[in-house]
Design a protein around this ligand. Structure first.
Ligand SMILES: C[S@@+](CC[C@H](N)C(=O)[O-])C[C@H]1O[C@@H](n2cnc3c(N)ncnc32)[C@H](O)[C@@H]1O
Length: 271
């Protein structure tokens, strides 16, 4: 799969998800055609966290974790969400960093950006800005961000090394990388890796956990860690694989317990 083909397919799938939400539906769960299908995205946020958010931001949630719950965020900090979708994690971050801070969302899909900006308007928050662009070429200056968050997006990129390099570039010295992502443990079958349906569903493109740590270290990060937050066992794996035109029953036996939602953390050294 060529990089541009992957990007176009991903964009189209998330364009459709955004349009479903704009029409009042949930953005997730169109077969395997988007990250966010149960068991990946159900019950990620506590009701108290989402109670004050616009409904559209909650319906559009397509993540696989809750990075703002696990990230350290302080008043006055600048946060950047890579692949911000309908904006749920940007709006949650904006509350945490307060009026003296700022939360940026970055997304390449126009329809997702329109949804996110509408959600910002409904939430009435001013310390938020949604930027159009690609996570492989972040449209922000060097050393301008305190914390990078992301929720189930880096696995979708065809050039993860470049995404991590860009994350390192825009972080300030001492800045934190605090990302939820789908990660695999060990090898997964080639048939799963080759499936475009499973790529846009956040599975086929997922990095192996040791490889993730290696790429972060190669980009310059220290204090690297990968902590599983949800491990997809056989039944979950079968549900994620079904609909991709593969023998889910058989493959799920190979991948059950080896695909997980994880919190990936790292730091840009102070020096
Ligand atoms: C799985 S959804 C996650 C959205 C959001 N983080 C959430 O938790 O609801 C992936 C989002 O990332 C965006 N995206 C995927 N690849 C991207 C890339 N290379 N550059 C910028 N945005 C990207 C898609 O447009 C989509 O909105």
């Amino acid at each position: 799969m060529a990089g541009e083909e992957i990007k176009d397919t991903v964009k189209e799938k998330y364009r459709q998800a955004a349009l479903r939400v704009a029409g009042g539906e949930r953005g997730s769960c169109g077969g395997t055609d988007s990250c966010g299908c149960d068991p990946v995205s159900s019950n990620l946020y506590a009701p108290a966290e989402t109670a004050k958010l616009p409904e559209g931001a909650v319906l559009a949630s397509l993540g696989c974790g809750n990075p703002t719950a696990l990230a350290e965020l302080h008043q006055g900090e600048v946060v950047l969400d890579l692949g911000s979708g309908g904006g749920i994690d940007v709006l949650l971050s904006a509350k945490r960093v307060g009026q003296t801070g700022k939360a940026y969302g970055l997304d390449m899909t126009d329809e997702m950006l329109a949804l996110a900006r509408e959600n910002q308007r409904k939430a009435g928050v001013s310390n938020v800005e949604f930027l159009k662009g690609e996570i492989e070429r972040i449209p922000l200056p060097d050393a301008s961000v305190d914390v990078i968050i992301s929720n189930c997006v880096i696995n979708l990129s065809a050039d993860k090394r470049q995404v991590l390099r860009e994350a390192f570039r825009v972080l300030k010295p001492g800045g934190r990388f605090a990302v939820s992502d789908v990660v695999v443990r060990g090898d997964i079958p080639a048939a799963v890796r080759r499936s475009m349906e499973l790529w846009v569903g956040c599975v086929a493109g997922a990095l192996e956990e040791q490889e993730y740590q290696r790429l972060l270290a190669e980009a310059g990060f220290t204090e690297v860690g990968v902590e599983p937050t949800r491990i997809y066992e056989f039944a979950d794996a079968r549900s994620v694989l079904s609909g991709a035109g593969l023998d889910a029953e058989v493959l799920a036996r190979d991948v059950g317990g080896r695909i997980m939602g994880a919190f990936v953390r790292a730091r840009k050294p102070l020096g």
